[in-house]
Design a protein around this ligand. Structure first.
Ligand code: NI
Ligand code: MN
Length: 223
């Protein structure tokens, strides 16, 4: 079983057996974040370098020795700042004691808060306890999502829906169909004014066989 907690914005915490995994841990500067900072963290995934995704990854890695896995240039940036990080890239399966991860390209930009080039922006799929959880990062709609659905078949897709910086509700509906996931968790909305949306509109637009799981910050769901 996997327990997934929505921290807020694009930040998630996965718990399985004795393992804690953070994705895009934007916590201390995130006005809506709800997370127990004493939670166990073994691995951290960062989809791209923007401050609302890199977040607290470096200090958490320094404090807990958790490994940051990210695109090569972003991982190097983290290593240079004292974190434990491994640089990967798009495409192949990366094995962990708890399962595996695979990075995909996202249509977005990626630089760190000080303007350093951070490689390409990515989405990441984690396979944990037979569940495949796809975290799209920040992205626009792109056709590769159809391929990801056909070949890698995610069970749960976490999609940005707030618009302005990423795709919005209408594109998320198409992405959900292409990815083929039966559960959609919306993210990257309502954290600040530019990305305020009515998530219930998304619920109405989704086909009835796709479940929208709109979690409040701090809320957990188990699969
Ligand atoms: Ni971004
Ligand atoms: Mn963002």
């Amino acid at each position: 079983m996997v327990e997934l907690q929505f921290i807020g914005h694009s930040a998630f915490y996965l718990r399985t057996d004795d393992t804690g995994i953070l994705i895009d841990p934007f916590i201390s500067q995130n006005p809506v974040a709800k997370f127990d900072t004493n939670s166990k963290v073994n691995d951290i995934f960062v989809t791209h370098g923007h401050a609302d995704h890199l977040g607290d990854a470096i200090p958490i890695s320094k404090r807990t020795s958790a490994m940051i896995t990210a695109i090569f240039e972003l991982a190097n940036y983290c290593t240079q700042r004292g974190a434990t990080a491994q640089g990967v890239n798009i495409g192949s399966e990366i094995k962990f004691p708890w399962g595996s991860a695979r990075f995909f390209s996202a249509t977005h930009s990626s630089s760190t808060p000080d303007g350093t080039y951070a490689g390409c922006a990515s989405s990441v799929m984690l396979s944990v306890d037979r569940m495949k959880i796809f975290h799209a990062g920040d992205t626009g709609l792109h056709r590769e999502m159809k391929t990801i659905g056909e070949i890698y078949k995610p069970d749960v897709a976490i999609l940005p829906v707030g618009g302005f910086y990423t795709m919005g509700i209408e594109e998320a509906v198409i992405a959900a169909k292409w990815l083929g996931a039966k559960k959609i968790i919306p993210m990257h909305y309502n954290s600040f004014d530019a990305i305020k949306i009515d998530v219930e509109k998304l619920r109405k637009l989704l086909p009835s066989d796709i479940e929208l799981l709109a979690l409040e910050p701090g809320e957990k769901s188990s699969f």
